[in-house]
Design a protein around this ligand. Structure first.
Ligand code: SF4
Ligand code: SF4
Length: 299
């Protein structure tokens, strides 16, 4: 069985307890305008272009079977609509100005990489985390990886937006030791404006997840002008406080580090002018959340 992976990050400490290996899977069914992993949004391999690194060797013009790279009026042009993501140009670009993001991998290839750091998981109570993108979009692939890892005695976690019918969310739980899910806003209309989807199904799944035998971490990315205020955080925290199996609630500050990724993919970065919320603001919002009697922290 194969799936598409954008990156496998070893020694990760922000994606669950202990030292972890995080597998970033390609494809997401939300479109949060602040997304800091835009390379994971689409389900297929994509070419990233970093013109600053280009040394003008012209190799890519020769290699692309679809003539996606052309020179017009002395300027190099990339016709993305012609690119089929074969990766040939990226393989031959010595300057690494072209990078294919999204590699087809087998379950065995992913698990082999995860197993390399097993001693570190054991000493730190870490494990493997499937992230993205949205790992449940490639359900069979995700399930098989988690099942294999669990069989090896490795702690398993998923990071999900839970924007699926409950049956799909429930079906991953037998091979999942920890669920981390986002709740970005309680107001469905504003949620749709910011993420492209309403939140009724997400909240219903959160309620159901809260009743399962698997620990749950809820996280909220704090986005300036969206939910960086006491009212929105209080509304989410009030809801989160009703979830019986909550481990803790975490606020994650927006960071504007994704700009170059958007440029490399020819995507519009609507959050490019936003700034990270200051530490004092994150402290204050965390206190608001903790006021609902839950363990709250910020990243
Ligand atoms: S192969 Fe790479 S370095 Fe050479 S022209 Fe193409 S993008 Fe530039
Ligand atoms: S990835 Fe393949 S199709 Fe796309 S530009 Fe490169 S060589 Fe052409």
């Amino acid at each position: 069985m194969k799936g598409i992976v954008t990156n496998i990050q070893r020694f990760s400490i922000h994606d669950g307890p202990g030292i972890r290996t995080t597998v970033f899977m390609k494809g997401c069914n939300l479109r949060c305008f602040w997304c800091h992993n835009p390379e994971t949004l689409e389900t297929y391999p994509e070419l990233q272009i970093f013109p600053d690194r280009c040394i003008g060797c012209g190799e890519c013009f020769q290699r692309c079977p679809n003539e996606a790279h052309v020179m017009q009026d002395g300027q190099r042009i990339f016709r993305r609509e012609l690119c089929q993501g074969c990766g040939t140009c990226a393989e031959t670009c010595y300057a690494e100005a072209l990078v294919l993001v999204g590699e087809e991998m087998t379950v065995e290839e992913v698990v082999d990489q995860v197993l390399r750091d097993k001693p570190f998981y054991e000493t730190s109570n870490g494990g493997v985390t499937l992230s993205g993108g949205e790992p449940l979009l490639q359900f069979d692939f995700a399930y098989a990886i988690l099942e294999r890892c669990q069989a090896e005695g490795i702690h398993t976690a998923i990071e999900t937006a839970a924007n699926f019918p409950w049956a799909r969310v429930a079906a991953i739980l037998p091979v999942t030791d920890l669920v981390m899910m986002d709740i970005k806003l309680m107001d469905s209309r504003r949620h749709r404006e910011c993420t492209g989807v309403p939140n009724e199904r997400i909240l219903e799944n959160a309620r159901r997840l809260g009743e399962q035998d698997v620990p749950l971490i809820v996280r909220t990315p704090i986005i300036p002008g969206v939910n960086d205020n006491a009212d929105d955080v209080a509304a989410i925290a009030q809801f989160v406080a009703t979830l019986p199996n909550l481990l803790y609630y975490e606020l994650l500050p927006f960071h504007p580090m994704a700009k170059s990724k958007y440029v490399s993919l020819d995507l519009d970065y609507r959050a490019k002018d936003l700034k990270s919320p200051p530490g004092e603001q994150m402290d204050a919002l965390t206190r608001v959340a903790a006021g609902f009697g839950i363990t709250a922290r910020h990243g």
